[in-house]
Design a protein around this ligand. Structure first.
Ligand code: AHR
Length: 855
């Protein structure tokens, strides 16, 4: 007997034990008192008699301050809540004791809050206790604040965008802050509200609790959750008549220079700090060793090693090393990124700009050395009077994992050097200034349809000055402009836009560059007083021109200004750029909106052929998500980028997320997502299967979800700022996670048509149904059908596949990933089977199966 699986998500408002239940009161009153107070966030309590108070949701925070960097810097002080124009709720608060800004936002229901505004004021030492009042006569909000000197000031607004110049005020506003007893005297404001307001707040809290419970669903509780569950029978009946076209761009990758993904990672350069441009500011002055000489050391007597910047090789690369040798023997060495890994017999290309500053031009010995094995290779180069690029090659006589590069002047003198580089000749596809072959190949093996780059947060940067500028990343290496990497290290820009485009072409993927929307990261620590800020309006025209120039650089004729530069770099053919992302999970403020709209309109006008991807904030819900999507609808943005990092339970319980999306609106690019285990931020088979399960829902919704990419992609062991990642690596090994194989199985088995099917199960429990997922797609060019089946249950699922009129031809390739959910090194196993149609297939407990056959 088969049942259809119960509907996935039926939101029953569960009743939680604890406080008196506002939605359970019989003979409901018409109204009640609401008290708003602070708990580093806006919190409410309710009362019928103004004496006995019940905190709603045990002090649940309904509004948090978004100002400042991560965590503890985001403070809400002295929130002040009123009901203003047409009953809308308005809240002000002070941000800290220094900033001449306050916060203001509004809400229709006290639950969902609009964007937060942080207006600057021009009077007062700081802003303390901003009190908002609504002046009905002038239909304005009046904000009165005090400062450290106890003086009072006022500013006014009608629309929350324009605030009048602050003026002094003779006295404090009529401040209605009172106090109630919640175990201790608690200051705040009283409000008289209709009873449903209280009931809705309680419901909103319960809804959050309900979702938290769902999100915590984990296989570690499966023995209890599925106690007594026997094998489940499933029947999947294909309904080819309902086939629909889906995106053939669904599976892509997102490469961000995070976790040493570029320098020390994919970019094959073996010398660290080759340009002597590391700066204390790269690490926000927290590491005094992180300076121009990082990675380098001088050994030997009667010699000095200094950094100079007079008459540099290029102004964009102003520092260089000077070694002053009184007596030959001193050696300047570089230990690379955690040592230099070498392979016996392979060729390594050395190059450097050198100049003899004093003494006659002499020879310099370049060698590869290992403590245990001694000198593995050496060559001699001749120095010259002026800056000259010197090149040579080295072939190590043995393998080594921790070699170093040594530079040894053979005569006394003063030697300047810059851009000291060592590159394996065998880069990915043999490219000059290329990529580490094994790592690039592992990425290519996913078969991504596109590559999003260079970030992430890296693209919009930490503060306006740190916004990634593509023009700084092209041209001869010595002319590229290195920058601080906001993930706490340095970007040489060696892996720049040319190399990104080249890599995309080499792996047959479409390039998807992401350009900041004229605003840096919402958590910027530099500039903007710990807040977003935006490129000054007078600089926006040039900023927009730079974006338009990017299209010319990628696609323009070789006679155009920027097309000529691409050709000069060795690629006269266009790179066929079709997509540009504007913005990265930004805070959707007025500052953002203004700049985004300017960029969007100008780019659309100049290049209507480019598909622009907008941004819907860092979460799958909330103010930025709502505001981002509202801009999308207003401008009819072709594609919107969404991000969410969640628990396996979230992915299991939200498989219908896109089923509900409006097909007439923008398409979706799920640009960043990953399932990770709470606490450890680790991945295992459970997280991989949760992703595989969720990806079936992306294929099912492939008519609205057009692209997706897991994040982050790669991470160097020992230099990881973000976990989990898809692929870990060190200098010699590449270590894909189990989630990598899920991406690969989807990447290699995607289709362009979705074939719906009906699933019937022998067990009608909702929690059983949502652990089984399937997706059937057809790849038109090969005329092959691909069936993906996920079983996240602790028992096997006996599956009958009824293909109806579709007939499998020849053998079927079956690939299976299965094991214990906590296993971290599960790998796919491929076999060949004979599938007829109406076959029985056993899906092992905790497994992902892919079937592929001709039809
Ligand atoms: O993927 C890591 C980071 O996560 C990205 O840089 C950013 O966009 C997101 O917050």
């Amino acid at each position: 007997m088969f049942f259809k699986p119960a509907k996935l998500i039926t939101l029953a408002f569960l009743l939680f034990a604890g406080n008196a239940h506002a939605d359970q009161i019989s003979n409901e009153p018409d109204s009640a008192y609401l008290f708003s107070y602070n708990s580093n966030g806006l919190t409410y309590a309710w009362s019928l008699d103004k004496q006995n108070w019940t905190p709603i949701g045990k002090g649940h925070i309904f509004l948090k301050s978004d100002y400042g960097r991560w965590g503890s810097q985001k403070k809400m002080n002295s929130p002040y809540l009123i009901q203003g124009r047409n009953g809308e709720w308005v809240c002000t608060w002070n941000l800290n004791d220094e900033t001449p800004q306050f916060a203001i936002t509004r809400s229709a229901d006290l639950i969902n809050w609009g964007p937060q505004f942080y207006p600057y004021v021009t009077l007062g030492k700081n802003v303390l206790q901003p009190v908002v009042q609504y002046d009905q006569a002038s239909d304005q909000y009046v904000i009165t604040y005090t400062d450290a000197d106890g003086k009072y000031f006022q500013t006014k607004t009608k629309d929350f965008k324009q605030f009048s110049k602050a003026v002094t005020s003779s006295a404090a506003a009529q401040n209605s802050t009172s106090s109630i007893n919640l175990g201790k005297p608690t200051p705040g404001q009283y409000h008289r509200v209709a009873w449903p307001v209280i009931a809705n707040l309680q419901k909103a809290y319960e809804q959050v609790q309900y979702h938290n419970k769902q999100n915590s669903e984990s296989t570690k509780d499966d023995a209890q959750r599925f106690a007594g569950l026997k094998q489940v029978d499933a029947k999947i009946t294909l309904q080819p008549a309902g086939a629909k076209p889906i995106s053939d761009m669904l599976m892509g990758i997102f490469f961000e220079d995070i976790n040493y993904a570029a320098d020390g990672g994919l970019y094959a350069e073996l010398v660290q700090n080759r340009g002597f441009e590391y700066r204390l500011s790269d690490r926000q002055y927290r590491d005094k060793n992180w300076n121009n000489s990082f990675g380098w050391s001088l050994k030997g007597e009667q010699a000095t090693f200094t950094i100079d910047s007079v008459a540099a090789v290029h102004p964009n690369n102003p520092h260089y090393a000077v070694i002053d040798v009184q007596k030959p023997g001193a050696v300047l060495s570089n230990t690379g990124f955690d040592g230099i890994a070498l392979k016996k017999g392979e060729t390594y290309n050395f190059s450097a700009f050198m100049k003899q500053l004093a003494g006659t031009t002499a020879e310099v010995e370049i060698r590869l050395v290992n403590d245990k094995l001694g000198i593995l290779a050496k060559l001699k180069v001749k120095n010259s009077k002026d800056w000259k690029q010197i090149k040579g090659s080295l072939k190590p006589s043995a393998d080594a994992t921790d070699a170093r590069l040594e530079i040894r002047p053979l005569a006394a003198g003063k030697y300047a050097m810059d851009m000291v580089s060592l590159f394996p000749q065998k880069t990915f596809k043999g490219r000059n200034n290329g990529l580490r072959a094994d790592l690039a190949q592992t990425i290519a093996d996913i078969h991504p349809r596109f590559v999003r780059f260079p970030g992430g947060c890296l693209a919009h940067g930490d503060g306006i000055d740190n916004i990634y500028k593509w023009k700084n990343s092209i041209g001869p290496l010595e002319s590229r402009k290195p920058d601080r990497n906001l993930w706490g290290y340095h970007q040489t820009m060696g892996l720049g836009y040319f190399e990104y485009f080249q890599f995309c072409e080499d792996i047959g993927a479409a390039p998807v560059p992401v350009i900041a929307a004229g605003v840096p990261c919402q958590n910027s620590g530099t500039g903007g007083g710990g807040q977003q800020g935006g490129i000054p309006m007078e600089e926006m025209d040039q900023y927009i021109q730079d974006i338009i120039d990017l299209v010319e650089y990628a696609n323009g004729d070789v006679h155009t200004t920027w097309g000529k530069k691409r050709a000069a770099a060795g690629h006269p053919q266009p790179f066929n750029l079709k997509y540009i992302g504007i913005g990265n999970e930004d805070q959707i403020t007025e500052v953002f909106r203004e700049r985004f709209v300017m960029i969007y309109k100008a780019l659309r006008k100049a290049h209507p052929e480019i598909t622009i991807i907008g941004t819907a904030g860092p979460f799958f819900e909330g103010t930025d998500y709502v505001e981002g999507w509202s801009i999308a609808s207003e401008l009819n943005i072709p594609v919107m980028d969404e991000h969410y990092y969640q628990s396996p339970g979230w992915f299991i319980n939200n498989q219908d997320f896109y089923d509900k999306y409006d097909r007439t609106k923008s398409k979706v690019y799920l640009g960043e997502y990953a399932a990770s285990l709470p606490g450890g931020n680790k991945t295992n088979l459970e997280t991989a299967l949760a992703e595989a399960l969720y990806l079936t829902s992306l294929e099912r919704n492939g008519d609205v979800v057009s692209m997706s990419s897991y994040a982050p992609l790669i991470a160097k062991e020992g230099h990881t700022q973000w976990n989990p990642d898809l692929i870990y690596f060190n200098n010699t090994d590449v270590k894909p996670t189990t989630g990598y194989y899920v991406q690969q199985l989807y990447g290699r088995n995607s289709g362009d048509q979705y074939i719906p099917a009906q699933l019937s199960l022998s067990n009608e429990q909702e929690n059983v149904g949502k652990r089984i997922a399937y997706s059937i797609v057809k790849e038109s060019k090969s005329n092959e059908l691909i069936v993906k089946l996920i079983n996240l249950l602790p028992v096997s699922v006996n599956t009958t596949l009824d293909f109806g009129p579709i007939k499998p031809i020849g053998t079927t390739i079956k690939t299976e990933l299965s094991g214990q959910p906590s296993e971290r090194t599960v790998r796919p196993i491929t076999s060949q089977i004979n599938l007829q149609g109406n076959d029985l297939l056993q899906l092992p407990a905790y497994s992902f199966t892919v079937l592929r056959f001709k039809i």
